[in-house]
Design a protein around this ligand. Structure first.
Ligand code: DON
Length: 617
């Protein structure tokens, strides 16, 4: 990042756009449009480039705030408005969607019916505006201006001089309108529809607006900044389709080859291009080529598409990234810290519980990958855990696909567990309706814990499943007792102190000097990492039978996090002084204890390593 004179940092993308802008500024070929007299007044040097992303970022360079009239770039948006008011069927009856391969003002009408070939050429656009005018009457233009404003996310106005100039000189468009009237494509009075068309072409925008209009289409019809729905997603598809095939008139084929984006140009010098799902691009420079498209606009769009690989058919392979990580309960466990005997058992029997962490937007392509990865492990699985907490969206196809996948798994006797299911997630409906009695947990940690409990519950009673109503676990039943005979245990017991902590009490805080090792004989404690004065993350939960605070023995350092009693807790504690005394008086017992603590530390380190490995795929 570099700095502006006032010290603010400049985004690298701005720097890249500035270089592109500077290169294309040298191109002075083409002519400013003069057939509408008012347009001839444009400064031929005006030049702006702007990119707006679907998550609301806007990057502009050059004259990106210079106002100009939208002209033909209004056509796809007016078409969207007509689709919304009249419906696709009625629209198709009057205006076709075939590329004409001819100039914007050609009289390209279907033989016999007189239907204009598409809504991007003047004939089609005049038919579209006439239909909007017929539907909305005198309020049509106010509503149209508001319609464009929702796309742009701001209130727009028109350039009255350009409107009057075009209205006074638009004889060819008038002739086209009367021809359409002759075929019954437009209704009387012809002038009202034409007037709406002239006005819509005179709406004032700047380069930023163009990029945001494009980003709204890229964002399935919702303005990325305001969050307001401007156009229904189904109609967005229709609009982008005609922009792709017809938006650049007799240059449309070459444009698709060289730039590969749905786009629309206007004779004032604007070009708007859309990369669906990602961004809108606006370029403005008034000098036009022979086809009526901005020379610099085309050059910039070609370079952006080339450099940033924006061509529609250069689609990223999003499917593979849908599975963030894949693992099993043998390798990846909940944050519950269990007695080593249970943890070892889980490492043995957890391989049949598969965990898939999903992410991003789920659609057909991503679901195909998910079902393939799931089916590949299903034959070895008793249970499959899907963590969908990082799924941003799921379209209807994905939700249905998921429902079928889950029923297939449940039908073949697998337990399917969902983690991180937000109630409004569109997947929810399908899962609940198709997959009862699938278990659902709010987080992956909770789901893993439930799977662990279910696996362990078939085992003989262990410290982890110790019923607290029976009182604290005796020292002889703790893992630390393994390898110590009764006499050694009795000696060790002499160094330990029984302690009680009520639920909610902090046993020690991050930064405290370490004084004790704790053997948890009843209740649960959790490790908390405070992220604010009253907000914390639970890093781990220790169950009765486990040991904590043992790091102090190794490094005699300070505590690295807080430990809180989640329930009433009983512990056997060993102070560091007593630990040293034990070493002096009974080195054999200390040696066993140390062996046990090293085993604990190494198994925790292994678990951390495996979790890191699972996260990196
Ligand atoms: O119909 C016309 O002549 C203009 N108001 C709009 C034409 C236009 O922008 C053509 N596109 N490149």
């Amino acid at each position: 990042m570099t700095q502006t004179p006032n010290g603010a940092s400049v985004a690298p993308l701005i720097e890249i756009l500035e270089v592109i802008w500077d290169r294309h500024r040298q191109d002075r070929s083409g002519e400013v449009a003069t057939y509408i007299p008012e347009l001839a007044k444009a400064n031929p040097e005006w030049f702006g480039i702007c990119i707006a992303t679907v998550d609301g970022a806007v990057y502009g360079v050059g004259d990106s705030d210079q106002a100009f009239t939208i002209q033909s770039i209004s056509k796809p948006f007016a078409y969207g408005m007509a689709l919304e008011h009249r419906g696709p069927k009625a629209m198709r009856a009057r205006v076709s969607v075939e590329p004409s391969g001819e100039a914007f003002n050609s009289i390209s009408l279907e033989q016999g019916t007189g239907r204009p070939l598409n809504p991007m050429i003047n004939a089609g656009a005049i038919a579209v505006s006439s239909m909007v005018r017929t539907s909305l009457g005198d309020s049509a233009f106010d509503k149209m201006l508001a319609w464009f404003g929702t796309f742009a996310g701001r209130t727009l106005s028109i350039d009255d001089a350009v409107y009057r100039s075009e209205s006074a000189t638009g004889h060819r468009n008038r002739a086209i309108a009367h021809l359409l009237r002759n075929f019954g494509v437009v209704a009387d009075p012809v002038e009202a529809g034409l007037d709406l068309y002239f006005r819509q072409c005179s709406i004032l925008v700047n380069c930023r607006d163009l990029a945001i209009l494009g980003a709204t289409l890229a964002n399935r019809g919702t303005n990325p900044s305001t969050g307001k729905r401007a156009l229904a997603p189904d109609h967005v598809d229709d609009v982008l389709s005609v922009m792709t095939t017809c938006g650049m008139y007799n240059y449309a084929g070459q444009w698709l080859h060289e730039v590969g984006l749905p786009a629309k140009s206007g004779v004032a010098g604007g070009i708007l291009a859309v990369l669906p799902g990602r961004m809108g691009i606006g370029v403005f420079s008034p000098r036009l080529d022979a086809q009526g498209n901005s020379v610099r606009g085309i050059g910039v769009c070609k370079e952006l598409s080339d450099r940033f690989r924006l061509h529609l058919f250069d689609a990223p392979r999003s499917g593979r990234a849908a599975v963030r990580s894949q693992s099993t309960l043998a390798r990846r466990q909940s944050t519950r810290v269990r007695p080593e005997s249970d943890a070892a058992r889980l490492r043995d029997i957890g391989a049949a519980s598969h965990i898939l962490e999903l992410q991003g937007d789920l659609g057909f392509a991503t679901m195909e990958v998910i079902q393939r990865r799931t089916c590949a492990c299903a034959s070895r699985a008793d249970a499959v855990v899907f963590d969908i907490s990082r799924v941003d969206s799921a379209d209807e196809t994905a939700a249905e696909f998921f429902g079928t996948l889950v029923s297939h798994l449940v039908g073949s006797g697998k337990r399917v567990v969902f983690a991180g299911l937000p109630p409004k997630n569109p997947l929810c409906r399908h899962i609940v309706s198709r997959c009862t009695p699938t278990a659902i947990y709010p987080s992956l940690d909770a789901a893993l814990e439930a799977c662990e409990e279910s696996l362990l519950s078939g085992l003989p009673i262990s410290a982890a499943t110790h019923d607290s109503s029976c009182g604290p676990i005796p020292l002889s039943r703790l893992d630390v007792a393994q390898g110590l005979d009764a006499a050694a245990l009795a000696k060790l017991q002499g160094y330990l102190r029984q302690e009680h902590f009520p639920a909610g009490q902090c046993l020690f805080k991050k930064g405290d000097g370490a004084q004790h090792i704790y053997f948890l004989t009843g209740g649960t404690v959790s490790v908390r990492l405070y992220t604010g004065p009253s907000t914390f993350q639970r890093l781990a939960t220790f169950l009765a039978g486990s040991v904590f605070g043992e790091m102090a023995v190794v490094d005699r350092g300070r505590r690295s996090s807080d430990i809180w009693a989640e329930t009433d807790v009983t512990c056997l504690t060993l102070s560091l002084d007593d630990y040293d005394r034990l070493g002096a008086e009974h080195p054999g017992i200390k040696f066993r204890l140390l062996e046990y603590l090293i085993r604990i530390l190494s198994s925790r380190l292994r678990k951390a390593n495996e979790q890191i490995a699972a996260l990196s795929g």
